[in-house]
Design a protein around this ligand. Structure first.
Ligand code: CMC
Length: 431
C-alpha cells in the first residue's frame, strides 16, 4: 500500500485529529485509524465491519458495484473458462499461475498426499449416522492437528507449506468419507490416476460392486464449482480463519474454525437453504406468495440465494453457475427440472420487483449451485461441505499471508459497553 497525499481529519470534543490515508492498487482507499484510540480515547463503531478493512491483502479483489471478482488479478470468468482448480490453488497460494514444471510438481504433491492416516478413518464411525456432514467436517479437520504434529509449528515456513498442501490434498478425502458415512456406504480411497475433481467424484459415488465411469462433463462442472468457491476476500469464514490464526493457533484448528463459520445459512449454508426454499415454493404459481413474505419486515423469511454484503450487482459467479447448471442438466438428459423452472421464474420476478431493485438484491452464487449439485447426485446436506472443500485453499492462502505479514497482531476488537456499571455482589438470601 502507498500513503496518499490526502489525510482524514476527524473532529471530536472540539479537537481535530489527523489520520493517514492509504491507497491500494485498485478499490477504495483506507483511513488508518490504528492510533485512533490512543489519540482520542474513543473507539470506532462498525457492527458487521461494513466499513472496516481488517488487513492488507494481495489475494482476491471484489468490485461489488461492477460485479467483478479477481483472484490474484485474474477475472473469475477466465479462470473458470480456461483454467482448472489445481492451477487456481497454485495461483491463490503462490501468487502466479504455474508453468509446466511448477504445475507438475504441485499436482503430484497434492495427488500423493490425498490419503488419510488410516487411524483417522475411525473417527467417522464415532459420529451418529444422522450427523450433519458439516459437523463431521469440523470435527475431522480439527482432528488433523492430532495426527500431523510435524506440520503444526506456524513459525516454521516449511511446516506451514506442508500443512497447506496436506489440507488441499486431504479435504476431498475427508469430505467424501463424511458423505459415504452419511450414505451408509463403504469408504472409497483416492485414486492417483484421476484429476482432483474426478477423484473426488469417484470417492463420493463409486461403490465396490461396480466400476465407476468418470463423466468428463460432470467432473469439469465439479472442478468449475471448486474454482468459483475458492476464495472471496475477507468474508465471515475467512475472517474467522485469520482471527483464529492471529492467536498462533495451528493451521488445522484455524481451518476447522472457518468450516464452523461457513456452516451458517447467511454464509455457506445458503446453498442448502436456497434449494430447500425452491423445493418449498414447488411451482412457479406460488412465487408471488414467497416474494411477498420476503418483503414483509414482520416475517423473518428471506429469499435464499439473493443479496450479498459486497455485490450490489449480479454476482459474477452466479452467471457461471447458471451456465454450469444447464451443462450438467443437459449432460444428464434432465429436460425438465421443476426447481430450475421455479429458479428461473423467481429470478425474473425478483429482478423486476421494486423492493429487490431498490436494495440491489441480485442472485448470488448459491442460487444456482444447489440445482447443479443436486443434479450431480449430492444430497443437500453435502452442499456446504463442497463449499468448505473448495474454500479451504482460499482460507489457507489468507492464513499464510497473515502469518507472513509483519504488521500482524492478535485480532482483538473492542466494544461499546452498555451493560450495568459497578454493582455490589448480593448474597442469595437478598436477591
Ligand atoms: N431477501 C429479502 N430481503 C433481503 C434479502 C433477501 N435475501 N437480503 C437482504 N434483504 C433486505 C434486508 O431485509 C434489508 O432491507 P431493509 O434495508 O429494508 O431493512 C436490505 O435488503 C439489506 O440487507 P442486510 O441484511 O442489511 O444486508 P447484509 O449485507 O447484512 O446481508 C446477506 C447480506 C447475504 C446476509 C443477505 O442478503 C441474506 O441474508 N441473503 C440470503 C442468504 C444468502 O443467500 N446468503 C449467501 C451469500 S453469498 C455466499 C457467501 O458468500 O457465503
Amino acid at each position: 500500500m502507498s500513503e496518499n497525499a490526502k489525510s482524514a481529519v476527524l473532529s471530536l470534543g472540539g479537537k481535530d485529529y489527523t489520520f493517514p490515508v492509504y491507497d491500494g492498487t485498485v478499490g477504495p482507499s483506507v483511513v488508518d485509524i490504528s492510533t485512533f484510540y490512543r489519540d482520542t480515547n474513543a473507539f470506532t463503531y462498525d457492527p458487521g465491519f461494513t466499513a472496516t478493512a481488517s488487513c492488507e491483502s494481495k489475494i482476491t479483489y471484489i468490485d461489488g458495484d461492477e460485479g467483478v471478482l479477481l483472484y490474484r488479478g485474474y477475472p473469475i470468468e477466465q479462470l473458470a473458462e480456461h483454467g482448472d482448480f489445481i492451477e487456481t490453488c497454485y495461483l491463490l497460494l503462490y501468487g502466479d499461475l504455474p508453468n509446466v514444471s511448477q504445475r507438475k510438481e504441485f499436482e503430484t504433491a497434492i495427488t500423493y498426499h490425498s490419503m488419510l492416516h488410516e487411524q483417522m478413518t475411525k473417527f467417522f464411525s464415532g459420529f451418529r449416522r444422522d450427523a450433519h456432514p458439516m459437523a463431521v467436517m469440523v470435527g475431522v479437520v480439527g482432528a488433523m492437528s492430532a495426527f500431523y504434529h510435524d506440520s503444526t509449528d506456524i513459525n516454521d515456513p516449511q511446516q506451514r507449506e506442508i500443512a497447506s498442501r496436506r489440507m488441499v490434498a486431504k479435504l476431498p478425502t475427508i469430505a467424501a468419507m463424511a458423505y459415504k458415512y452419511y450414505a451408509g456406504q463403504p469408504l472409497v480411497y483416492p485414486r492417483n490416476d484421476l484429476s482432483y475433481s474426478a477423484n473426488f467424484l469417484q470417492m463420493c459415488f463409486a461403490v465396490p460392486c461396480e466400476e465407476y465411469k468418470i463423466n468428463p462433463v460432470l467432473s469439469r462442472a465439479m472442478d468449475r464449482i471448486f474454482i468459483l468457491h475458492a476464495d472471496h476476500e475477507q468474508n465471515a469464514s475467512t475472517s474467522t480463519v485469520r482471527l483464529a490464526g492471529s492467536s498462533g493457533a495451528n493451521p488445522f484448528a484455524c481451518i476447522a474454525a472457518g468450516i464452523a463459520c461457513l456452516w451458517g445459512p447467511a454464509h455457506g449454508g445458503a446453498n442448502e437453504a436456497a434449494l430447500t426454499m425452491l423445493g418449498e415454493i414447488g411451482t412457479p404459481d406460488r412465487i408471488p406468495e414467497f416474494v411477498k413474505r420476503a418483503k414483509d419486515k414482520n416475517d423473518p423469511f428471506r429469499l435464499m440465494g439473493f443479496g450479498h454484503r459486497v455485490y450490489k450487482n449480479y454476482d459474477p459467479r452466479a452467471k457461471i453457475m447458471q451456465k454450469t447448471a444447464h451443462e450438467v442438466l443437459g449432460e444428464l438428459g434432465i429436460q425438465d427440472d421443476p426447481l430450475l423452472d421455479v429458479a428461473r421464474e423467481l429470478e425474473q420476478v425478483a429482478l423486476n420487483d421494486e423492493y429487490f431493485v431498490e436494495r440491489k438484491l441480485y442472485p448470488n452464487i448459491d442460487f444456482y449451485s444447489g440445482i447443479t449439485l443436486r443434479a450431480l447426485g449430492f444430497p443437500t446436506t453435502m452442499f456446504t461441505v463442497l463449499f468448505a472443500l473448495a474454500r479451504t485453499v482460499g482460507w489457507i492462502a489468507q492464513w499464510k499471508e497473515m502469518i507472513e505479514d509483519p504488521h500482524q497482531r492478535i485480532g482483538r476488537p473492542r466494544q461499546l459497553y452498555t451493560g450495568p456499571t459497578h454493582r455490589e455482589y448480593k448474597p442469595m438470601s437478598n436477591r
